[in-house]
Design a protein around this ligand. Sequence first.
Ligand code: SF4
Length: 366
Amino acid sequence: MSQGVIDHLKDISLRKLKEKVAEIKSLSPQNNRFIITYSKNFTLSLSNYCQNFCGYCFYNYRIPKDAGAENVVLLSNEQIQEVIKKGISYNCKEALIMSGERPVKFKEVKEELEKRNCNDYIEFITDISNNLLKHNILPHTNIGILTFDELKRLKNYNASMGLMLESTSPKLFKKGGVHERSPGKIPAIRIEHIKNAGKLKIPFTTGLLIGIGESLDDRIKDLYLIKQIHDKYGHIQEVIIQNFVDKLGISYKPQAMIKTEEVLRVVGIAKIIFENNIAIQVPPNLISGYEKEFIEMGIDDFGGISPVTLDYINPENLWPHIDELKDICDSNGYSLKERLPIYDEFIEKNGYCPENIKKTIDNIHY
Ligand code: SF4
């Protein structure tokens, strides 16, 4: 990626970006052109013990209790059943399985797993996933960095999986940078994870976390990096553009908060880079009040929206009501449509959707 291309993308006005994006959208298949998708889901947040300590994180067990954070060594079987039951009552189709990265590095978590006769954390997750599939709920797991073998073990129980690239900016690892104390955020490790998912044909979600100390150049380079990986493996179904939101108790204090205009710019540039080949997603609870602008900037998807559980990463930003989002889409000439955690094209794509996932999909009506 040449500096000339980056400079060109940086210089386009928001108005011109919107025009470009409209041109790209007009080339998408007729039946998708005016549709924004979302997935009705709930979250199983299994453990907030994490080997990293990112400066912007509110989820990590090390966040002071008085900031309102809650510590979970390992969600109990009863708590898991309770959330699943609620999810079923709301007709959710997806369970987002999340936790801190490598929680079993901590004695407390390891002991809890042993008490439950689990050989390892992956077995714990495959057991939960199996149970979810029996209830016709599709798991989507994102528990941080995994090895090739761990991804392989999880593939057969997941409709799709995810890992944010976040940012490969080296600045973030320097003294005072948000990834200074996060070995799992080393770009080469995350890139390898995303590539391994591609080798294993796992439908995949990745994305950028923006406003954490990276530059616009960094963001554009990372979008091209994701494109390069997708061009080679073809497994990335969506790219999330997620903006940093300030909170009590976190150590990262930016000199200036990322502005909506900057987020819109990254979304527009992402659309130009990915065209209609990868869906562009923004979390609707983080752009509340600006949905129209983001729709005009070419987003395709609002991601997982839960009537059951909070956004554990940004708990103060509540999920919108699906009906309200539907009205916003309608008034902007778009329809809001529910989708599964595996995009339609990956259900039929050779090798991407294991038989037991296909069976569950056949049982789901949406
Ligand atoms: S890896 Fe995720 S959970 Fe762990 S500290 Fe960083 S943001 Fe928090």
